[in-house]
Design a protein. Sequence first.
Length: 172
Amino acid sequence: MIRDWCDDWFCIEIVKFKGHRNVRATHRTTLEITREPGLTPRGDCIIGVSADKGLRDFNPKFKEMIKVPGTSVIALIVTEQGDAEVIKGFGDPGLSLNDPNRIIIRKSGYVAPNTIMVRANKAARDLSRSLVENLQRECKGLAIFIVLGKKVKELEETPEILVNVEDKLIGF
């Protein structure tokens, strides 16, 4: 069974979602996962629908940690077909994480109730086209959000915690 967990220096949240035939993933500055079951072609930042939780449902410890100035946030987006993307960004003291439906990663510093990460290195259009095509085929996906209680040195490679995570994703 997949579960979320926290320690004194990190916290992890896992969100299950599925793709949709209307996933375009062409937005230049944001990426979104939603609990809504449908998607119109206008939703060019949305990569996943029918998420099993919204920001409001996240662990209080995660919400506390992500508000520390300079906190690093890493998102791993994985599909059941084996595609994976790592997105790096930051938390912000202004994050409320209280939206019941939407989870948004932003390249900008803009903060709203649906924002989970600011100053991210990727948005929807930066995702691999293979991942996007599989999401268009309505495959299942996971978004694994990791908040680290301090700023992490620039990550040259994928962190070890993410390298082995696929082995632990049995049954999603």
